[in-house]
Design a binder for this molecule. Structure first.
Ligand code: CA
Length: 230
């Protein structure tokens, strides 16, 4: 119960009773507060009245498409959405359309995996940031539009590179441990393969540093983690 995520309110938008019931029990046991909607109209009401911290959103709903509703949420709120898809063809749609979902799971999913993803999304710095834009050095990070510009020119970052930069930017001048990086970006699943993290940091340096081999902003703290300096 010490986990700060555990009191988060999760809105489950799901018309299949068996899934609603299982999620209600499973997430409540983990300490989350679960509220349920069986259609988009109900979900809209609860978004206003209950202000959930995260939305679990089914794709096929009786009064519309979860994909359209996800887009609507992305445009109107900063509440992260995890899409729940029934078929892999729906995954392609979720991934291909840039609808603003923070993550997705495919039915049937394992509750343990879903909870790991919920925790990871709730920990993402973008979701809990008060500010919409951060500027330091010659960088400007727009957390809403997920864009980064350097001296006015947009830098192309992969999703993971952006998440990593956003994580560092929300803890400017503070050391972010490798464990926190891995946990936030890879749900702690790849702890044995920390080279992935180093590869992403290296690519990020190539994009934001004048001299990537001698970085001025993104500093490695040996054996501990990284620190982003303004
Ligand atoms: Ca459904």
């Amino acid at each position: 119960m010490a986990d700060p995520d555990s009191r988060s309110v999760i809105l489950v938008v799901e018309d299949e009773e068996s899934y609603q019931d299982a999620l209600n029990v499973g997430l409540t046991v983990e300490g989350f507060v679960v509220i349920g909607a069986t259609n988009i109209a109900q979900a809209r009401q609860l978004m206003t009245s209950a202000k959930p911290d995260l939305v679990l959103l089914d794709v096929m709903l009786p009064d519309g498409s979860g994909i359209d509703y996800c887009r609507e949420l992305h445009d109107s709120t900063r509440t992260p959405v995890i899409m729940v898809t029934a078929r892999t063809s729906e995954v392609d749609v979720v991934l291909g359309l840039e609808i603003g979902a923070a993550d997705y799971v495919t039915k049937p999913y394992r509750l343990r995996e879903l909870i790991a993803r919920i925790r990871a999304v709730l920990r993402r710095p973008v979701a809990c940031l008060d500010q919409e834009v951060a500027c330091f050095g010659d960088l400007r990070i727009d957390f809403i539009r997920r864009t980064v510009t350097r001296r006015g020119l947009e830098i192309e970052l992969s999703r993971k590179e952006f998440d990593l930069l956003a994580l560092f930017a929300t803890r400017l001048s503070q050391v972010v441990t490798r464990e926190v990086c891995l946990d936030t970006l890879w749900w702690g699943l790849e702890l044995s393969d920390t080279r992935t993290l180093d590869t992403h940091v290296k690519r990020l340096r190539q994009k934001i540093e004048d001299d990537p081999t001698n970085p001025r902003h993104l500093i490695t703290i040996r054996g501990v983690g990284f620190r982003l300096d303004p």
